[in-house]
Each structure stands twice: as C-alpha cells, then as structure tokens.
Ligand binder design. Structure first.
Ligand SMILES: C[S@@+](CC[C@H](N)C(=O)[O-])C[C@H]1O[C@@H](n2cnc3c(N)ncnc32)[C@H](O)[C@@H]1O
Length: 297
C-alpha cells in the first residue's frame, strides 16, 4: 500500500491567509470564487471533503452539508481553521497528504479542492485519490490554475514568454506551483471516472488596473456574468469544474468507518484516547487538540 509520494508544498507556519487574503487586496477574487462555488455546489449532503482547506476560508460556504472534513498537510493551517470555525462535530480537522488520503472508499458525497491542485506535481494521482473517497454520483468541485489564459497567450505571441500556453503538459512557474491546460485537467478527470458537468471561469478582471479604477461591486457583477462563458472557452487564470463520479465504487462492501490506515490500507482503526491505532500494521496516528494527524510514514 505504501507508495512513494511526490513532494508537498509546505505551508507549515505560513501566514498565507493574512498576507494573501486578509491584507492582500483580494476581496474581488474571494467574492467571485464565492459566486462560482454557489453555482456549482449541490444544495446539501451528508459529508463533504475539503482538500487543501488551508485556514478554512471557504469552509463556511459548505453550510448545506451535515459534516465537513478539512484536510490539509499543514497542521498550523488547520489550527487557524479551527480557530475560525470552532471545535464542533460538524468539522473534522485532518492533517494528511492528498496523495495518501486516510479514508475508506466512498465515504463522501462531495469534495472540493480550491487553489490546491496547483501545488500537485502529480495532479492525476491527487484526482484519483479524490475519486476513491467519493461515492458513485458524488460531486467534485475542482479549481485549477489555467496555463492557457489570455495574458499568457498574449505574452507568448509577443515573444515575452518562452513556454507555450497551448501544450498539454503542466507549467511549473515556481517550484511546486503549476499551471495546467484545461484539456489536460478534463482528461485526468475522465481517466479517474469523472464526468465533467460544468465549467466556470473566474477572475476575469483581476488585473490591478481594473481593481483600482472600478468599484468592487461592478467588477464582481461583471465577473458573475462572464462566468457563464466557462463551458465554451477557458481564458481566465482560474477555472472551476464540477465533475461527477460516474463509475461504480470498486470495493464491493462499503465500510462504515471513515478512517483507513494510509500506510497499509487497513479499513479498521482502533480509537485510543490520543491516537487511532491500526489493527493491521500497528501504526499509531496521533489525535492532538482535535486534529487527526496522518502525515507520518
Ligand atoms: C494556496 S492554499 C489554499 C487554501 C484554501 N483552499 C483557500 O483557497 O483559501 C493551498 C493549501 O494546500 C495545502 N496542500 C498543499 N499540498 C498538499 C498536500 N499534498 N496534501 C494536503 N494539503 C496540501 C497547503 O498546506 C495549503 O494550505
């Protein structure tokens, strides 16, 4: 079961939420993402998996679900999320690697991955892991950074950018930061058993000049309208996709318990006061201050 995992972009101790969102003049990006999510999310459900949840910026937007399981590799991001959302049964905080998710198959009826695929050196594997966690018919809302956006096309045509926005391979513009071609993302989803239902393009007007000149409400309203073109063409830096798991879950008997051992795949973990212990390989997965920790090998 244990497989070598690709490297993880480490957010431990990062002030990402404060620097990028709270003090980074990103009200427009946050507002247009909220609109896209509203348009794509199912009305409600039992349990939603939020992959790369960070400090829980989007979590309150999943209000229709009975339970939200926040997964992030960084414990400090989850601590920030916990401070924002509280310690309640509605939220489970799980420190884990998306490449080695600690769940039994088909435990979720929806999943989201927002601003996180762009850190994946092996994006198909991250999508495959998500599909494994979902029930048949489960909805996956995936946001990705688009390499074929208008600015990169113009820069390429004018000779100011060497790499082509039209080729299918990911573009690693900074270490462990990738832009993807929309066609490649769709083909990975299809290869993992998902059917793409809808695409929404967001952040059409995020250029600093637009933000300086036009009021937030106007830019947000225009973006909300432009989002409807997302099924026809994808020329924005960020794209949201709603895909549905369109294949039967391979494991015949569904398992009632949520967690599985990410090291050996055993479906049953015994609860101890400060750990979950695998009845197969004996590994101890700590539970500390309400955060499950599955990051060890
Ligand atoms: C740019 S932040 C986005 C956070 C949040 N989704 C948002 O939109 O505000 C990316 C998050 O993905 C997490 N992450 C990156 N690689 C990961 C991996 N392999 N497994 C789990 N989380 C990962 C990081 O720790 C970070 O919190």
């Amino acid at each position: 079961m244990t497989q070598d995992s690709p490297p993880v972009c480490d957010y431990e101790g990062s002030d990402y939420q404060t620097r990028f969102w709270d003090e980074g003049n990103r009200e427009y990006e946050d507002a247009v993402e909220a609109i896209a999510l509203r348009r794509l999310l199912p009305a409600g459900g039992r349990r939603l998996l939020e992959l790369g949840a960070g400090a829980g910026r989007n979590t309150p937007r999943y209000a229709g679900f009975d339970q939200v399981v926040l997964v992030d590799f960084s414990r400090s991001q989850l601590q920030q999320a916990q401070a924002r959302l509280g310690k309640t049964e509605r939220y489970l905080y799980v420190a884990a690697d998306i490449y080695r998710l600690p769940f039994n198959p088909a435990q979720f009826d929806a999943a989201t991955m927002i601003r996180t695929l762009h850190h994946m050196a092996d994006a198909p594997r991250a999508i495959e892991q998500t599909g494994r966690a979902l029930q048949t018919g489960g909805v996956f809302i995936l946001e990705y950074a688009n390499k074929r956006h208008l600015k990169s096309i113009l820069r390429y045509i004018l000779g100011r950018q060497k790499w082509s926005p039209f080729t299918l391979e990911p573009e690693e513009f900074v270490a462990l930061n990738f832009d993807f071609h929309p066609k490649a993302v769709r083909s990975w989803l299809k290869g993992c058993g998902f059917a793409v239902e809808r695409q929404i393009t967001v952040s059409h007007f995020r250029a600093p000049l637009f933000k300086r000149v036009f009021p937030l409400k106007l830019l947000t309203g225009l973006d909300a309208l432009a989002q409807y073109t997302g099924n026809w063409w994808q020329l924005t830096p960020s794209v949201f996709v709603r895909a549905r798991l369109d294949r039967p879950v391979p494991d015949a008997a569904p398992v009632a318990s949520l967690f599985a051992c990410p090291a050996c795949g055993n479906a049953s973990l015994n609860e101890e006061p400060e750990a979950l212990v695998c009845s197969g390989c004996g590994r101890r997965w700590p539970v500390e201050d309400g955060i499950y920790d599955f990051r060890g090998k």
